[in-house]
Structures are given as structure tokens and as C-alpha cells.
Unconditional design. Structure first.
Length: 324
């Protein structure tokens, strides 16, 4: 059985290398291509931004709120790729004097994550040059990375796998087919999706490999505790950034800072962020299947109980769901 696992894993690592070589892209040549952001178009589709749930906003206000959220969406991916790259460099140590195919796959993974960080830094500069002043991204990437990397490897790989899988689901089911989005914004996430598709495979392989190293049920219980703590940490980030983005939107769009409409904007932006970064990943079928294969029923119940307060954060529209 162990030999069968090793053979299958080797083939999957090798496949990611082959695809990585074939789809390799360049930020300027393939993605940006000398373009700037057109603020006449939305950035995020309604199924992610949930701006259509704020019926009192004008079409222009809904478009602007989608752009604010899209700016944060790009910044959030740049943020998480800081700790993802660091963790993958760390786990590559296990392959240094072993499977060189696995090592090459992970080295390519980390190289691409560094490129993605640079892409999202470039996107922030381009968006910032077009949008009104006052936007703030409230999160320090190194502080977040230090918090995340302080948890056990099993939990970090679980979170990483979740992030990679929901990024794929968001693109396939929501961004790709959406009409009226900025062409540049769509291209950013098209090219990001192409490489993340291979990263998700490596995440799964490394998560399972780490799971096999856990010495006891108690160790897995502790790992589940760390995963729950990471989700709580992500939610804390989302609460702070949602408040900042809602305040920026209201100040620019002329919506009063308090009152029923202001409260609805605050609540909907937070709901959208919880949907984008936590709930859509938690219910993504591929992630659910992976997680269920690694934890006990009791451990899954603990995870579900921790997620229960966030379960409300789903689109009202039945056709807005991101995962199929």
C-alpha cells in the first residue's frame, strides 16, 4: 500500500511540473500588457461581492463597492501567499535528499507564489492610481505570516489547501463567466487560476503526507485546534478590513456614516468577506472530501461547530453560489 501511495504521488508531482512548464506566464507580457484599470466596470461579480443585496445603492455605487472589494480581494491573495510560500519552502526540506521530483514541484510552486505576490503588489499600485484616495489595507503580511506559521504544519497546510481550492472555485464558477467585469481584473485571476490549479494538487499531497506523520489521535486533535484558531484569526482580519472598506466606500460615495443604510453596508461587506474567504472554502466539495478523509467524526463536529456562527454568510440569490 505504501508503495502504491508513493507511485501515485510521484506521478501527481510530475504532472504539476509538466503543466507548470507549459503554462508559465509573465506579469507584463501576458497579464497587464500595458493596461490600466477601467473604473466603468465592476471588479468582483455579485456572487462574490453581494452588492446586489444592497438594493438602495445605485448602479454606480454598486460598481464602486465591487471595486473596493476587488482591491481588497487582490491584496488578500498577496497577503496569504506570503505565508504559503514560506511554509512550502519549509516542507520542501523533507524532499531535499529524497524525491527530487517532489522537490522540483515545490520549488516551482514557491517561485510562482513569489511571482503572484509581485503581481498583486503591481495590481494595488494600478488600482490605487485610479481610485479615490483614502483606501487602506489594514493587514501587515509579515505579522499575519508569523501568526499562521506559529501553528502546526498540518493546520497551516489545511488552511493553504482551503485557500487554493476556494480561489479555483471563485474563478471557475463566478469570475470566469461574469459579464461586465474589468477585462484586466478578469485576466489577473485567469492567470492566477492557471498556476493555482497545480498548487492545489501539491497542497493536497503535502497535507496528506503531513497527516501520515501525526503520531496519535491527540496530535490530530491539537492540529484541529490549530486549524480552528487559524479560522478565527482570519475572521478577525476580515472584521477589521470590512469595517475599513465600508467606511471608505461610504466616505467616497456620499452615503451617511450612520443610520440604517450605513449599518446594512457594514453588515453586507462583512458577510461578503466571510463568504469569500471562509464559508465558500469550507463548503467547497473537494476541500470537504479531503478534510473528512483526515479527521474523525468528532473532530469534524468540532470544526463545524466553530464555523456555525459564520454559516449565515452565503449569497441570498440561489444562483450566486460559487461552488458546484
Amino acid at each position: 500500500m505504501q508503495t502504491s501511495h508513493a507511485s501515485s504521488d510521484a506521478q501527481r508531482y510530475a504532472r504539476t511540473i509538466e503543466v507548470s512548464k507549459r503554462i508559465r506566464w509573465d506579469i507584463d507580457r501576458d497579464v497587464i500588457r500595458g493596461r490600466e484599470f477601467d473604473l466603468d466596470h465592476k471588479f468582483l461579480p455579485d456572487g462574490l461581492s453581494l452588492v446586489d443585496e444592497l438594493g438602495f445603492l445605485s448602479a454606480g455605487q454598486q460598481r464602486f463597492l465591487s471595486q473596493v472589494q476587488g482591491r481588497t480581494y487582490a491584496n488578500m491573495f498577496g497577503l496569504v501567499e506570503r505565508f504559503i510560500g514560506a511554509k512550502m519552502l519549509e516542507v520542501s526540506r523533507d524532499h531535499w535528499l529524497g524525491d527530487q521530483t517532489a522537490l522540483e514541484a515545490i520549488v516551482r510552486f514557491t517561485d510562482e507564489e513569489l511571482k503572484h505576490q509581485e503581481l498583486f503588489r503591481r495590481i494595488e499600485l494600478l488600482v490605487g492610481a485610479s481610485m479615490p484616495p483614502g483606501y487602506r489595507f489594514e493587514v501587515a503580511p509579515n505579522d499575519v505570516a508569523s501568526f499562521v506559521l506559529g501553528k502546526c504544519t498540518w493546520a497551516v497546510l489545511a488552511l493553504t489547501c482551503d485557500i487554493e481550492l476556494f480561489s479555483l472555485a471563485h474563478y471557475r464558477a463566478s469570475i470566469e463567466g461574469a459579464e461586465g467585469l474589468s477585462a484586466l481584473f478578469k485576466d489577473v485571476f485567469l492567470y492566477h487560476w492557471r498556476e493555482e490549479s497545480q498548487h492545489a494538487v501539491i497542497d493536497e499531497l503535502e497535507w496528506v503526507r503531513e497527516d501520515r506523520k501525526l503520531p496519535s489521535d491527540a496530535a490530530r486533535d491539537a492540529a484541529v485546534d490549530d486549524l480552528i484558531a487559524l479560522v478565527g484569526g482570519v475572521d478577525g482580519i476580515l472584521q477589521a478590513q470590512a469595517a475599513s472598506d465600508a467606511a471608505y466606500f461610504k466616505s467616497v460615495s456620499g452615503v451617511p456614516a450612520d443610520g440604517a443604510q450605513a449599518a446594512a453596508i457594514d453588515a453586507t461587506v462583512l458577510k461578503a468577506y466571510r463568504w469569500q474567504y471562509i464559508v465558500s472554502g469550507a463548503i467547497e466539495p473537494r476541500f470537504q472530501q479531503m478534510l473528512a478523509s483526515l479527521v474523525s467524526d468528532a473532530q469534524m463536529q468540532r470544526i463545524n461547530a466553530a464555523l456555525a456562527p459564520l454559516a449565515y454568510a452565503v449569497p441570498i440569490r440561489a444562483d450566486a453560489t460559487v461552488v458546484h
